[in-house]
Design a protein around this ligand. Structure first.
Ligand code: ATP
Ligand code: MG
Length: 447
């Protein structure tokens, strides 16, 4: 008896070729915009020492407490006891790499970006996966609020390029450790009389990380949190001025925002600026992009303080929002020419021509199945080939074949199978492209 088919793990996704254009579209946008703002790409391992995440993300966060995928190395690997974790986010790994590779001794600020998969053991639902993808940026070596404004502007440019509407930028400042200590006390004083009505998680938040009390999604807790004291009233002078300057720069760049004192972010390492771009179209998992400043993080990892900031953008959520809003995705390129064949000699010629064309960057395909002429043409149609040609004994003998414009109305044209096949075909391709762009008659003229 056949064994049951093994399926993908819960909370993971396949991207099949017919859907790939969406990913290619968003990846092209994020990379182009990151580069326009002067950010350079960085790559780092999919897994890191567990301690890196505990120390940077913070041991009271949901991510560290319940969402990490960790393994402990065994004797066999010679690293017994070492624990490794699949990255739940990208900041920790980037910061480690920045420090370990001495990049902080080079020109500052360092401006980096990445497109990575992240892993969190969460309850899967729309916009919440166990393996998801993030575009992230990090800037290290500046405390200036202009840097915060630039990072936010990059996020905004990307969402604009993706054609998104109805996205609200929420900003807040959660101050420095100094202002936060006073605020945490104020929060505890406020929540204390309400604690018996609140959820279990909030009880431990109350003890360990009262700021997160503002982030609870349960109805009763969030209702209580509604009247809690506001961090902005507790900011020290430096943090207050920093936040005012950020608002000034955002306004100067024409970026609309809402000051939302309830935004505290899920991870521990934030200081001063925090922000989220929230979509009103994808339900409760509406945070498409979240980030802020973490001036203490590098010092915490290396002992040498260095201010830094950045954001993470969930690519599944970005694509979901684009789909819901009917945004445009770029079309994928299809096959330029299908070179069909009849008989062995024709098949060999087709393979040779394909190889030559590909060396010129042309998308060329030939029959690798041994199909009938009819079936080959059907296949050429299916893969969306722009042109096709069929090579049999008579074509080989005469040295010419009929080149068919698959989508166009023009009659097939003669094309010689000699040395200039590639250059003639390339000219046709360009003419077809020009015609598609509105330069009528370009192709017909050439044919
Ligand atoms: P949330 O409050 O939605 O759980 P978070 O605070 O845990 O988000 P971050 O750690 O800031 O999220 O990650 C940055 C971005 O990555 C989020 O804004 C979101 O777009 C995306 N993201 C986070 N977790 C997931 C997930 N499990 N599945 C898909 N995307 C996610
Ligand atoms: Mg989360």
């Amino acid at each position: 008896m056949a064994q049951p088919m093994i399926q993908k793990p819960n909370g993971t996704r396949d991207v099949i070729p017919s859907q790939m254009y969406k990913w290619n579209t968003v990846e092209a946008i994020v990379k182009a915009q990151a580069e326009a703002y002067g950010f350079k790409e960085i790559r780092f391992p999919t897994f890191e020492d567990t301690g890196l995440f505990v120390r940077s993300v913070g041991d009271t966060t949901d991510v560290v407490q319940k969402e990490m995928y960790s393994v402990t190395a065994t004797e066999r690997t010679g690293e017994q006891g070492t624990s490794y974790t699949l990255r739940p986010e990208g900041t920790a790994g980037t910061m480690r790499a920045l420090i370990e590779n001495g990049l902080l001794n080079e020109g500052l600020p360092q401006k980096l970006f990445y497109v990575i998969s992240c892993f969190r053991h969460e309850k899967p639902q729309a916009g919440r996966l166990r393996e998801f993808h993030q575009f992230g940026v990090e800037m290290a070596g500046t405390q200036d609020p202009r840097a915060d404004a630039e990072v936010i502007a990059l996020g905004k440019s990307i969402l604009d390029m993706a054609g998104l509407k109805n996205i609200t930028l929420n900003i807040n400042s959660i101050g420095c450790p100094e202002c936060r200590a006073k605020y945490q006390q104020a929060l505890r004083d406020y929540f204390k009389p309400h604690l018996d009505k609140m959820c279990d998680t909030c009880h431990s938040r109350y003890e360990k990380n009262p700021l997160r009390l503002l982030d609870c999604k349960s109805e009763i807790c969030s209702e209580i949190a509604g009247d809690a004291p506001v961090i902005l009233d507790y900011l020290c002078e430096e943090c207050g001025t920093h936040f005012e300057s950020l608002k000034k720069y955002l306004t100067a760049m024409g970026i609309e925002f809402t000051v939302n004192p309830r935004i505290v972010r899920g991870l521990d390492y934030y200081t001063k600026t925090v922000f989220e771009f929230i979509s009103n179209d994808i339900g409760s998992q509406g945070t498409v992009c979240g980030g802020g400043r973490y001036d203490g993080l590098i010092g915490q990892l290396s002992g040498k303080p260095c201010p830094a900031l950045g954001f993470g953008m969930g690519l599944e959520r970005l694509i979901l929002t684009m789909e819901n809003q009917g945004a445009d995705f770029a079309d994928e390129e299809t096959c330029d020419i299908y070179i069909g064949s009849m008989g062995e000699a024709g098949a060999v010629k087709a393979m040779q021509l394909c190889r030559e064309l590909r060396a010129d960057g042309v998308r060329a395909e030939c029959d690798v199945v041994g199909r009938s002429v009819r079936a080959q043409m059907k296949y050429a149609d299916k893969i969306g080939a722009k042109f096709s040609v069929m090579i049999g004994d008579s074509e080989l003998e005469s040295g010419t074949a009929k080149l068919k414009d698959m989508q166009g109305k023009s009659e097939p044209a003669d094309i010689t199978l000699g040395e200039d096949f590639g250059s003639v075909f390339n000219a046709m391709l360009i003419a077809k492209q020009l015609e598609a762009e509105g330069l009528d008659g370009a192709l017909t003229e050439l044919l």
